[in-house]
Design a protein around this ligand. Structure first.
Ligand code: SF4
Length: 326
């Protein structure tokens, strides 16, 4: 019995790759990667629909290292796709060897993406990942060099696909053949391709030596953030849920601020903050608060250690702090 492990993102092509291999009696399991930038929900849903076992591997260290030093550079935002993809395949290869599987498969389609899925890129990834001969792309297999299990007859090459390019008609036919009822659109869902998120992330990387702590990276998901003139970085809550979550960060050793004599947002500091910027942070949340005609706003400071204290500030004008927004 031959057993394979397939990269299962939850996208249609990754599902079809598994269906095509199982059609000839091959035992397949899926593997998916998680990190602060992408989750596993689509893959878990797809695995349930296919009835395959899914292995979730933590990819956070690898992807943070690649965002810091992407050997092949970034795509349109901070997405090191070429290196990320190669690293995922390399990790899947390690998982294959450790688990005694016979090969790795992916849902890649030849020439679907001109840069990353042309013949040369597919070959480069197979070689760079150390999986040459053991990396199968079932949907395009008949157009690519045969892999070891095809050559030794354990996989019937004539029953694999010959799909090339961006036309999705062959996939639609396979969907009918395999009776798939639900599948997501091909769009990614990776935060590293989102420019708004990447503005905050880039600022964090620019102000951190080496790799930023995972907890700080997670905070980049809050939308309202500022880099203040003397280097302090703050998050300002946009709604009740944000404010509650930010307050809870005091337990993680972060400095928190909130308004006292008016309803207003909570703010949390990332890293340390000079006194000048602490005053500015207080004046920003004072301006966001429901202040009416009040000009003296009391702000409570909750340091990670020691006693809470209060300061009184005048709201800063939006024109002043807008340029500090990330
Ligand atoms: S979109 Fe994100 S997860 Fe996908 S290859 Fe690029 S960096 Fe990696």
């Amino acid at each position: 019995m031959i057993r394979g492990i397939s990269l299962l993102s939850g996208g249609l092509d990754s599902m079809l790759a598994i269906c095509m291999l199982r059609e000839q009696g091959i035992e397949m399991e899926g593997v998916v990667f998680k990190s602060p930038f992408f989750g596993t929900a689509s893959a878990e849903k797809a695995a349930r629909q296919l009835g395959v076992k899914l292995h979730i591997l933590d990819f956070s260290d690898e992807i943070l290292g690649l965002v810091r030093h992407p050997p092949h550079g970034f795509g349109g935002a901070m997405n090191p796709c070429i290196d990320c993809h190669a690293a995922m395949i390399r990790c899947a290869g390690e998982f294959m060897r450790a688990g005694g599987y016979d090969f790795v498969s992916t849902g890649e389609v030849l020439n679907q993406r001109p840069m990353s899925q042309n013949r040369k890129s597919l070959e480069t990834v197979a070689e760079a990942s150390g999986l040459k001969g053991l990396l199968l792309r079932p949907l395009s297999a008949q157009l690519l060099d045969p892999t070891t299990p095809e050559l030794d007859g354990r996989i019937d090459r004539t029953r694999l696909g010959a799909i090339s390019g961006r036309n999705r008609q062959p996939q639609r036919e396979l969907v009918r053949r395999y009776g798939l009822t639900e599948y997501p659109s091909p769009a990614g869902g990776c935060l590293l391709t989102e420019k708004g998120f990447c503005r905050k992330l880039k600022d964090l990387f620019d102000h951190t030596a080496g790799i930023p702590p995972l907890a700080d990276v997670e905070l980049m998901k809050f939308s309202r953030q500022f880099r203040l003139p003397d280097g302090g970085r703050i998050i300002v809550g946009r709604n009740r849920l944000d404010n509650q979550t930010l307050k809870g960060l005091q337990k993680e050793g972060r400095l928190i601020l909130h308004t006292v004599n008016i309803p207003g947002p909570t703010a949390a500091v990332i890293g340390t903050i000079p006194e000048t910027d602490l005053q500015r942070a207080a004046a920003i949340i004072a301006d966001y608060g429901d202040k009416g005609a009040l000009t003296d706003i009391i702000v409570r400071i909750l340091p990670p250690q020691g006693e809470a204290y209060e300061i009184t500030v005048k709201p800063l004008s939006r024109d002043t702090y807008q340029p500090w927004m990330l």
